[in-house]
Design a protein around this ligand. Structure first.
Ligand code: 5GP
Ligand code: MG
Length: 168
């Protein structure tokens, strides 16, 4: 669905926007594991301002393709968030439940600013509104794998983003 070269172009564009907005600010980038690890690695290598990175884990998906609708922060960032310019780095926003829960969790910890950077937006199944401040792609409602995204823990290593065929 999205080739490695298209992803590279999008990452460079997003990095350009962040380089413009965060110059001189030393923000804290928090990647949501596991899916964001490839995007995070691609993105930070294009950023030219001082920054810190951390990761958090949010539950919602089990082994299959369905979301349970229940979201928990399994572990939060180890860095203090208070007073920091925080950028949440997410692989894909689908129903929006995970990232909106995580953003509410961070907001309670009083960051100086809080923005969301997502590689992919899949708005068809959105259940709660999510403001994506820095967005790579908007895609139709297909289950995607590759570039960090898994199906049953497989395919995270694919360089491209591919749509899985329907099971039926
Ligand atoms: P949401 O809470 O917005 O429904 O989705 C949260 C998480 O579900 C995403 O961060 C991602 O890890 C996973 N997810 C959503 N859509 C897809 C998809 O198409 N493929 C994969 N592999 N994971 C997805
Ligand atoms: Mg994710």
């Amino acid at each position: 669905m999205l080739s490695r070269s298209e992803i590279d172009v999008a990452v460079r564009r997003l990095a350009g926007e962040l380089n413009r907005d965060y110059r001189g600010k030393n923000p804290l980038l928090i990647g949501i594991l596991k899916g964001s690890f490839v995007f995070m690695a691609d993105l930070v290598r294009q950023l030219d301002f001082p920054l810190e990175i951390d990761f958090a884990r949010v539950s919602s998906y089990g082994r299959g393709r369905q979301t349970s609708g229940k979201v928990r922060v399994l572990f939060g960032p180890r860095c203090a968030v208070q007073g920091r310019d925080v950028i949440v780095v997410e692989d894909i926003v689908d129903t929006g439940l995970s990232v909106s829960h995580f953003i509410a969790y961070l907001a309670k910890r009083h960051p100086a600013s809080l923005k969301l950077c997502a590689l992919v937006d899949k708005p068809a199944r959105r259940r709660v509104p999510v403001q994506i401040d820095y967005l790579g792609f908007t895609v139709p409602d297909k289950f995607l794998v590759g570039c960090g995204l898994d199906w049953d823990e497989k395919y995270r290593n694919l360089p491209d983003i591919c749509a899985l065929e329907d099971e039926e």
